[in-house]
Write a protein that binds this ligand. Structure first.
Ligand code: ZN
Length: 150
């Protein structure tokens, strides 16, 4: 295993052990629930959106290490961004996990999220790593329904 992969794994373990932005967001004006039946990951994402910007975000739920770490890193990446930026990030992230190649510009816009690039080798894990993103996208689309990765 390369040093880079070690570093990635460490970051994922760290975010799983102490997730950032976890808990209910009291002044949320958007929220959505996500469920990945394949693994049993469940989460709820809360957002406070104002003037087209994600002012605050949090999540709660239970799931495997990959889903928890990706939700934690997702909240860090999304906070302070415009809705358009979040949608673009979702697309780049989704592409990174479902396609063999990612363009360099995509990777640079993803920042820390590249730690999940190795997940594309494990198709069953891709749904764990994208659940939080599908859920945040549903919340931004103002969906009140529960989304699943199926
Ligand atoms: Zn999972």
């Amino acid at each position: 295993m390369s040093d880079l992969q070690d570093l990635y794994q460490e970051l994922i373990l760290d975010h799983n052990k102490s997730p950032r932005n976890q808990g209910k967001l009291e002044d949320a004006n958007r929220q959505a629930q996500g469920y990945n039946p394949l693994c049993g990951d469940k989460l709820k994402v809360y957002l406070h959106v104002e003037d087209g910007i994600v002012k605050d975000i949090s999540f709660e739920g239970s799931g495997c290490a990959i889903s928890t770490a990706s939700a934690s890193l997702m909240t860090q990446s999304v906070k302070g961004k415009t809705i358009e930026q979040v949608r673009a990030m979702f697309d780049s992230y989704h592409q990174m996990l479902t396609q063999d190649s990612t363009s360099e510009s995509d990777e640079s816009s993803l920042g820390k999220l590249v730690v999940f690039s190795g997940v594309c080798q494990y198709p069953a894990r891709v749904k764990c790593a994208t659940l939080a993103w599908h859920t945040v996208k549903a919340a931004l689309d103002d969906a009140t329904v529960q989304v699943t990765t199926e």
